[in-house]
Design a protein around this ligand. Structure first.
Ligand code: NAG
Ligand code: NAG
Ligand code: NAG
Ligand code: NAG
Ligand code: NAG
Length: 332
């Protein structure tokens, strides 16, 4: 059974006295003190971290441990948050630490698949909390490895007189509510950013995207006019004026295009899997095709042929300006 507790990420100004020491550990056995008196702006990294001298272990598994990924930096931030938890859980009488925090940076597949809390295996770790992505969570949940949090939420309410669920974003409120039980604390940490060039926008007299530009009115929400159609029309205007430059570009790896694609389709209220557990794309084929033709192709074709150097099919598709009618599509 995985003991999921709440970790309050409070990186506040902590006084330098009595600060729990954060140790960074390396696989070669070296241990170094990191972020000495520093509570802010400390970016020392290690392969795992320990904080506090108590007897109860509070183990955090944190992701992005693949070489070149930012896992150790996330670990550093967590270590500093854990410092606060060590302070908050000190014995009131003796002021001694009661917990010993340990943070281990794990790879994507370890986070998802490594067996945890195996009683018959002394080497099996039993994390107190894990920072899981949505798909990893689904797998762990299916394995029955995630503890129901209702009791902790009730305790939080009793202690603070505030429901912790009030702090959840409404968009993800029910994402981890399974069969009427809360199974996780949603934490949004993987987001996409849109950068735009103010000089270009000023030159062409384009309104900045929200929240900077003046979109929407009191009676009309901004997204009625700042939408993907407008985005495409802006790309066209920029391209016309700067024919030799990319009007739109994109940074991503792996499946990022697919994520952007999904986000766009979702903005038209088409779900990937709908309430009847069938494919929302297929059920809304005409609309999806229209979005592909009017939004996806104009945006993605801006990336240029270099984007898909080994994929002639994709290039041909993106550069094909002919509208493909739904009835002309290959039959499923
Ligand atoms: C162990 O690894 C760390 C990080 O790569 C390095 O800074 C340290 O010098 C190494 N220690 C020894 C004894 O090799
Ligand atoms: C850290 O704080 C201690 C006690 O306040 C002080 O003696 C020491 O010089 C500080 N170390 C650094 C690196 O600032
Ligand atoms: C609720 O809070 C009160 C006062 O803070 C405390 O005495 C009581 O034990 C708490 N009950 C539970 C179930 O945690
Ligand atoms: C922004 O666009 C202007 C032309 O509109 C260009 O000269 C400048 O290099 C661009 N800045 C960046 C950071 O790309
Ligand atoms: C799900 O099925 C019900 C019953 O057939 C239907 O009324 C409803 O429109 C379907 N929902 C979607 C999103 O297709």
């Amino acid at each position: 059974m995985l003991y999921l507790l709440l970790l309050f990420l409070l990186i506040t100004h902590i006084s330098a006295e009595n600060l729990p020491i954060i140790y960074g550990h390396f696989k070669n056995g070296t241990r170094v003190e990191i972020c000495k008196n520093n509570t802010l702006d400390c970016s020392d990294v290690a392969e795992s971290y320990t904080v506090g001298e108590g007897s109860k272990e509070f183990l955090i598994w944190t992701p992005f441990g693949e070489p070149g990924k930012a896992g150790e930096h996330v670990g550093n931030i967590l270590a500093r948050a854990l410092r606060q938890l060590v302070i908050n859980t000190r014995d009131k009488k003796t002021n001694m630490d009661t917990i010993k925090g340990r943070i281990v940076v794990k790879s994507w597949s370890d986070m998802s698949y490594v067996p945890i809390c195996q009683e018959d295996d002394p080497n099996s770790e039993c994390p107190t909390i894990m920072i899981l992505g949505t798909t990893q969570f689904a797998y762990r949940s299916k394995q029955g490895e995630i503890k129901i949090l209702d009791g902790y939420f009730d305790k939080y309410l009793n202690d603070t007189h505030e429901p912790i669920t009030d702090s959840f974003l409404k968009q993800v409120y029910y994402d981890y509510n399974i069969d009427g039980h809360f199974m996780a604390v949603p934490l949004v940490l993987d987001i996409r950013l849109l950068y735009f060039n103010r000089t270009t926008f000023d030159t062409l007299n384009l309104e900045y995207p929200p929240p900077y530009g003046n979109w929407g009115t009191y009676s009309e929400p901004y997204y009625l006019t700042w939408n993907w159609e407008m985005f495409v029309s802006y790309i066209r205007k920029i391209r016309q004026h700067f024919p030799n430059d990319l009007a739109f570009s994109f940074t991503g790896q792996y499946d990022e295009e697919m994520k952007l694609f999904h986000m766009i389709i979702k903005n038209y209220y088409i779900e990937t899997i709908d309430e009847n557990k069938t494919c929302g794309f297929l059920n809304n084929k005409e609309k999806v095709l229209q979005i592909i033709e009017t939004i996806i192709k104009p945006i993605f074709s801006q990336l240029g042929d270099d984007w898909y150097p080994d994929n002639e099919e994709t290039r041909a598709f993106l550069n094909n300006n002919d509208y493909i009618a739904p009835e002309d599509l290959p039959k499923m």
